[in-house]
Design a protein around this ligand. Sequence first.
Ligand SMILES: CC(C)(COP(=O)(O)OP(=O)(O)OC[C@H]1O[C@@H](n2cnc3c(N)ncnc32)[C@H](O)[C@@H]1OP(=O)(O)O)[C@@H](O)C(=O)NCCC(=O)NCCS
Length: 184
Amino acid sequence: MSKGKEIIQQPVIELVTELGAGDMEDLCDATDKAILDGNGFGWLKPPARPKQQAFWKGVMTMPVRELYCARLDGSIVGTGQLVKPFANNEASGHIAQISTFFIAPYARGHGLAIGLLAVIEQSARKQGFKSLEVDVRETQKAAISLIENSDFSRWAVKEKYAFDGERYVRGFYYVKDLEVAEDQ
Ligand SMILES: CC(C)(COP(=O)(O)OP(=O)(O)OC[C@H]1O[C@@H](n2cnc3c(N)ncnc32)[C@H](O)[C@@H]1OP(=O)(O)O)[C@@H](O)C(=O)NCCC(=O)NCCS
């Protein structure tokens, strides 16, 4: 690399409430790559673009969902959602969940997932949630390592958690007690 042409890969995590056309394209591209890599939060193959765009627009319009995006060098490369309980669910009103958590394969290893998780947890704590839950396929080794290193405890295993197109895959259910002080 020639002098003065150092590439700076700047990671950013942000709360997203609307997306311009370019950002939406980047988000859909990142999602497609994550689906092809084996984790599509339900999708087994990349959906048609209009369908995927409608999905993300729907997420942004729902008051119970906070959509966070990770950017690398300005482009959206991954997401995570904080999913809050509906107003009627008073009995479980203390529990929030994490959903659509991924970083596209080409942007992994920059600490973006650690940043996303920290921001989601911070938002859950600020809004008074007592528990933060997440579930993951047993095959997602990187995510399991991240979750277990972030003080989540595995409380259940579901045998037929997901069907990957050929076979059933088990799912691991995790919870983090947010009433425990952050530095413990
Ligand atoms: C899990 C995932 C989000 C990690 O993204 P990432 O941006 O590369 O992760 P980071 O660079 O922030 O690393 C965070 C931690 O994840 C774990 N991790 C990341 N890649 C790993 C790997 N290949 N093997 C084992 N652990 C790994 C480590 O604990 C790492 O911390 P460390 O660097 O201190 O060891 C990404 O691999 C992914 O999108 N996987 C597919 C989708 C998925 O499984 N989602 C989870 C649903 S809850």
